[in-house]
Ligand binder design. Structure first.
Ligand code: UDX
Length: 438
C-alpha cells in the first residue's frame, strides 16, 4: 500500500514512520526543503525516543522516503494524510491555511481515486472544506476524478509517540463512503494484533472527538490544580485526595496530577479552538473558559510562592535555578511551556536565571536567547542560588543529592512544580520545601 503523509512534525513523522514499519510504502512530504534534506540525511529534526532508529530502519528497507514535491507523487498514492500544522489565529481559531493549501495541490494534480485523510486537529467542518477545495481545483481543469475525504485524528503523546501510535487505546476514523472505510481498515489492519479498536463514525463526530478528548484531559488537570490550591488553604494534601478519588473506576487514576500548569502544542490550542467554535455557533463553553483561566493562573503559582518566601526583601538581584524547560519530560518542545512564563516573571523581577534541561536547552536559546544562563548540568544551576524551581519532572531530577545542594545554595529553598520530591528528605537536609497542593 502506498501512502503519503504531508507535514513532518511530530504527528506526521511519527505516523509515517510507524505506517512504514507495518509494511506500507510511505512518502513524507514537507514544503520546508531544509527539513526534508535533513531527514534524507538521517538527521531527525525533533527529539522523540526511538524515532531515529525507526526512521533509519525503514529508510534502509526502502519503505520510507522524503520529498518536498507533493504534486509529483500524489498519483502513486492510495491514501494521502495531511498532518500539517493548524496554529491558532489571534482569535484562537485553528488556522487552516496549510491544510487547504495541501488540498489545493491535491486537486490540481490527481488523476485517479485517492482518499484524503486529515490527521491534523481541525475544527468540525474542515473535511467539507477540504473536499470543496479539491473539487474546485478539479472543476477548474475539467477533470472528472473520484476521491474521498476522511478524518483520522491522532491521539499520540509527545515523548511516548511511537508506543502510543503502535498500540493506541483506539483509532477514530470519520468516513462518508464504504470505499474509504475499506481502504482505511486495510491500512490499520496490522495494528489489530495489538487488540485495539477502530471506531468508524461520521466525519464531524471524528473531528469533534479529538477536541473533546483533549479538552476533557485539560479539564481534569485544571480541576486538580484548582483543588490543589484549595488543599493548601485548608491543610489537605492533593496527593492523598488524588489517590482517594482516582481509585473510583469512574474517575480513574490517570491525568490527575496537580502541577504548575499544562503546556504543549495541543491542550492550550485545542481548548482555545473549541471555545472559539462554540462562540462562532452562538454558544459559550463556560467550563472550558474556566479551564483556560485556571491554567494561565497556575503557570504563575511557583513565582508567587517564591515571592512569598522572600516577602518584603523582594526578588531583585536574586539568582534562581530552574530544572526543566520543556513542557513535559522526554521532549525538547517548549510550546506553551510554564518555563516561558516563569522566565519572563523572573526576568521582570530582576532575577538572574540559571537553567538546565536534558534536551530543551537549544530550544530555550532559540526562544529567549541570553535571558537565561545555560548550565551544563543540574548541579551547575544551584551554585549560590537563592531558590531552585522544578518545572519539568525529568527522571534524572528525581533523586538528587540534597546535602550537596543544600551546601551549594545561598538559601536552600526548593519549590517543586511537579510534586516529585520527598518533603521529609529535603527537611532532613535542611532545605525549605514548597510544592503544589500540600
Ligand atoms: C496531549 C494528549 O495527551 C494527546 O492525546 C494529544 O494527541 C496531544 O495532546 P501531549 O501534549 O503530548 O499530548 O502531552 P501530555 O502528556 O498529554 O501532557 C500535556 C500537559 O499536561 C503537560 O504539560 C503535562 O505536564 C500536563 N499534565 C499532564 C499535568 O499537569 N498533569 C497530568 O496529570 C497530566
Amino acid at each position: 500500500m502506498n501512502i503519503a503523509i504531508v507535514g513532518t512534525g511530530y504527528v506526521g513523522l511519527v505516523s509515517g514512520t510507524c505506517f512504514a514499519d507495518t509494511g506500507a510504502i510511505v512518502t513524507c512530504v514537507d514544503t520546508n526543503a531544509e527539513k526534508i534534506q535533513r531527514l534524507q540525511n538521517n538527521d531527525i529534526p525533533i527529539y522523540e525516543p526511538g524515532l531515529v532508529e525507526l526512521v533509519q530502519k525503514n529508510v534502509k528497507a526502502g519503505r520510507l522516503k522524503f520529498t518536498t514535491d507533493l504534486a509529483s507523487i500524489v498519483n502513486e498514492q492510495e491514501i494521502i494524510f495531511t498532518a500539517v500544522g493548524t496554529p491558532p489565529d489571534e482569535d484562537g481559531s485553528a488556522d487552516l491555511t496549510y491544510v487547504l493549501q495541501v488540498a489545493k495541490t491535491i486537486g490540481q494534480s490527481i488523476n485517479k481515486y485517492v482518499v484524503v485523510v486529515t490527521k491534523s486537529t481541525v475544527p468540525v467542518g474542515t473535511a467539507k472544506k477540504v473536499k470543496d477545495t479539491i473539487q474546485r481545483e478539479l472543476d477548474k481543469r475539467g477533470a472528472k476524478v473520484q476521491f474521498d475525504v476522511a478524518s483520522n485524528p491522532e491521539f499520540l503523546k509527545e515523548g511516548n509517540a511511537i508506543k502510543d501510535f503502535m498500540s493506541p487505546d483506539r483509532v477514530v476514523i470519520g468516513v462518508e463512503s464504504e470505499r474509504a472505510k475499506e481502504i482505511l481498515s486495510r491500512l490499520y489492519k496490522p495494528f489489530l494484533i495489538n487488540n485495539f479498536r477502530v471506531i468508524f463514525m461520521d466525519i464531524p463526530s471524528a473531528e469533534m472527538t479529538k477536541y473533546a478528548a483533549n479538552s476533557m484531559l485539560a479539564t481534569r488537570i485544571s480541576f486538580m490544580n484548582d483543588m490543589a490550591n484549595l488543599c493548601e488553604l485548608v491543610h489537605a494534601d492533593i496527593n492523598m485526595v488524588r489517590q482517594g478519588i482516582g481509585s473510583d473506576t469512574r474517575i480513574g487514576r490517570k491525568f490527575l496530577y496537580a502541577g504548575c500548569g499544562y503546556g504543549g502544542s495541543c491542550f492550550p490550542k485545542d481548548v482555545k479552538a473549541l471555545i472559539k467554535t462554540a462562540d462562532d455557533n452562538g454558544y459559550s463553553m463556560e467550563v472550558l473558559k474556566a479551564v483556560e483561566h485556571v491554567n494561565e493562573r497556575q503557570k504563575t503559582v511557583l513565582f508567587k510562592k517564591l515571592e512569598k518566601a522572600y516577602g518584603s526583601e523582594g526578588l531583585k538581584g536574586k539568582t534562581i535555578a530552574l530544572w526543566g524547560l520543556a513542557f513535559k519530560p522526554e521532549t525538547d518542545d517548549m510550546r506553551e511551556s510554564t518555563a516561558l512564563v516563569i522566565i519572563k516573571l523572573l526576568k521582570d523581577a530582576g532575577c538572574t536565571i540559571r537553567a538546565y534541561d536534558p534536551v530543551a536547552m537549544n530550544e530555550c536559546k532559540r526562544r529567549v536567547g541570553d535571558a537565561v544562563v545555560y548550565c551544563h548540568d543540574m548541579y551547575d544551576t544551584i551554585d549560590q542560588a537563592d531558590a531552585l524551581l522544578l518545572l519539568t519532572e525529568w527522571k534524572e531530577f528525581r533523586l538528587p543529592n540534597w546535602n550537596v545542594i543544600a551546601r551549594a545554595m545561598r538559601r536552600p529553598l526548593v519549590i517543586d512544580g511537579r510534586n516529585i520530591f520527598d518533603a521529609k528528605e529535603l527537611g532532613e537536609a535542611g532545605i525549605e520545601y514548597h510544592c503544589i497542593g500540600q
